[in-house]
Design a protein around this ligand. Structure first.
Ligand code: XIL
Length: 300
């Protein structure tokens, strides 16, 4: 096939991109979006600060724009993200009472998931809960500090009741290298959830890579997670300087793991990227395909 989405579909996978509502008026952007991608992740529009800026007052305007547009074009949608310590409004991070915070968290999950019920193939229920470095434990956040480690399980149980058809993912960065303590911490959590029947369906590996691309153990990490009985997805791929080899190695690792169900790049053109100065994406600022694009297409 001649596009990323169509080529990925030949093996039953999707190929997606992050989309920013503010760019939907740019014709170069939307031309590439609709030609190449069959899955869409709102880059910021479903985050807590966007959807519930003050308690109980929900705002879905920008997220709706992306969802309605994608749906009209038959593109699938990833939901990103329900519970995260970042882009979290101050009214949430200042809650100190556990019963209050539990209610607020459950209400947020339920209300956002209900809005898009049946329209989201996978939800990043919890994002970036683990600490970097050697601990392999959860990072400090209002959720962990006030609710305890059980907040993740609570979030997944609430998410399952809200939209039973959506795949529920745990999403994080720096969990691509099998030998990292952080990877091991997430692995133990997923293993524990599967053993105890806590609902979890997928692990999202963000894959924000440096110039060298994925660690040598990346495919091992994907298959080890998959062996626990979850799907794996590459959810936010970008690679400093976008070497074709680094991109091909990333895509090949996914292709070699049956339960690696899809890949999302974190933006379309370099100029759309949150790491714009590193030119990490598949299209240049004029919307032309870069060498990495062809490497991805031929590896899919
Ligand atoms: C980034 C967005 O791309 C930026 O526009 C925003 O300013 C900050 O967040 N991990 C994630 C994503 O899960 O939500 C982040 O997206 C990148 C890191």
């Amino acid at each position: 096939a001649s596009t990323l989405g169509a080529q990925a579909a030949q093996s039953g996978r999707y190929f997606g991109t992050a989309v920013a509502a503010g760019r939907l008026g740019d014709g170069t952007y939307t031309t590439i979006l609709d030609r190449e991608f069959n899955s869409v992740t709102p880059e910021n529009e479903m985050k807590w600060d966007a959807t519930e800026p003050s308690r109980g007052s929900f705002n879905f305007g920008a997220a709706d724009q992306i969802v309605n547009r994608a749906q009209a074009r038959g593109q699938r949608l990833r939901g990103h993200t329900l519970v995260w310590h970042s882009q979290l409004p101050g009214w949430v991070s200042s809650i100190r009472d556990a019963n209050t915070l539990r209610g607020v968290m459950n209400n947020h999950i339920t209300t956002v998931m209900n809005r898009y019920k049946g329209r989201i193939h996978s939800w990043d229920v919890v994002n970036e809960a683990f600490a970097d470095g050697p601990s392999g434990q959860l990072r400090s956040s209002v959720f962990r500090d006030v609710l305890g480690n059980g907040f993740i399980e609570q979030a997944f149980r609430t998410a399952r009741s809200a939209d039973p058809a959506a795949k529920l993912c745990y999403n994080d960065y720096n969990i691509e290298n099998w030998s990292e303590a952080k990877t091991q911490g997430v692995y133990r959590m997923v293993r524990d959830f599967k053993a105890r029947g806590v609902p979890i369906d997928c692990v999202g590996l963000q894959a924000h890579f440096g110039t060298g691309g994925p660690p040598a153990s990346f495919q091992t990490t994907l298959s080890n997670f998959a062996a626990l009985g979850v799907d794996v997805q590459i959810t936010e791929l970008d690679i400093a300087q976008a070497s074709p080899t680094a991109y091909a190695n990333t895509v090949r690792a996914c292709m070699n793991v049956a339960r690696c169900t899809g890949i999302t790049v974190w933006g379309i053109r370099d100029s759309d990227s949150w790491r714009a100065s590193e030119n990490p994406l598949l299209f240049d600022r004029n919307g032309n395909k870069k060498p990495a694009y062809n490497a991805v297409l031929t590896t899919l």
